[in-house]
Design a protein around this ligand. Structure first.
Ligand code: GLP
Length: 255
């Protein structure tokens, strides 16, 4: 495990954008694991801005997203999805489309079968760089606390916090709940050749501390990353509050 701490959120996210581009340049037909959220979306926007000024070859690049909402059966409005966010912040700018823009289906007839199909697709593509946002409870994708370390892509019920986000940020009527999503599993994330969790803000400091310095436990999903042979954490100073002075950049604990 490696740890990089940046003085500001801006520098941290910028380093995330650089990691994306560095991977794409070295692996023009490679696969980047993506996710949506307030940490990773600005990173993709930075990538898109840089691409517009200095285009690089993204014509064979693949992306696979960590998770997607499932549209409740009988829902009478536009299907719930994060796909349009990816379109807006990354895919349109880089021309990533069709089979190269992978995300679980948000409205499949058979939810379980869609999750099985997604796992198969992720395994075919083989993620070279798995970028990850981390939740306040250290969740990854929609793998909430308690998700088995052996999990692969699956259907899961959203937590209260994620449901609140859906209702408040996306204006979804709570009467359609409980809400579900499809997410890559923790084992799926661990299959990425390199893993890059990116964390910003003091509200994530406890999660980062538990994930990096605490026991490896299913109660803290991101703690599984301690077992990955090539994982680098990018944190801004606020998110690193609980680990500064307690671990070296190479992940060695300071007594
Ligand atoms: C949500 C998303 C995840 C994301 C996480 C962190 O649960 N489904 O894919 O990584 O939140 O989001 P944020 O960066 O907004 O804190």
């Amino acid at each position: 495990m490696k740890i990089r701490i940046f003085d500001s959120r801006e520098e941290c996210l910028n380093a995330g954008a650089m990691a994306f581009i560095k991977y794409a340049l070295a692996n023009p037909a490679g696969t980047i694991g993506c996710c949506t959220g307030t940490t990773t979306e600005p990173i993709y926007e930075m990538v898109s801005e840089i691409y517009k000024k200095n285009p690089f070859d993204a014509s064979r690049l693949n992306t696979v997203n960590a998770d997607e909402y499932l549209t409740p059966k009988g829902y009478d409005k536009e299907p719930l999805n994060m796909r349009c966010d990816m379109q807006k912040v990354l895919w349109d700018a880089l021309g990533i489309e069709g089979e190269r823009a992978n995300m679980p289906d948000c409205n499949p007839a058979d939810w379980e079968a869609a999750a099985v199909r997604y796992e198969k697709r992720v395994m075919e593509l083989q993620v070279g760089l798995q970028m990850l946002g981390v939740g306040k409870d250290a969740h990854l994708g929609f793998c909430l606390p308690g998700t088995p370390f052996q999990s692969v892509s699956h259907v899961t019920a959203l937590s209260e916090e994620l449901t609140r986000e859906l209702v408040e940020d996306m204006g979804v009527d709570p009467k359609w709940g409980p809400f579900y999503g499809i997410t890559m599993g923790l084992k799926t994330f661990m299959m990425g050749k390199a893993v890059l969790p990116i964390v910003s803000g003091s509200h994530k400091a406890e999660a980062a501390m538990n994930a990096i310095l605490g026991p490896v436990t299913e109660a803290v999903p991101a703690s599984i990353l301690q077992l990955h042979p090539n994982c680098t954490w990018y944190l801004d100073r606020d998110a690193a509050e609980g680990i500064i002075g307690r671990i070296t950049a190479d992940g060695v604990r300071i007594k």
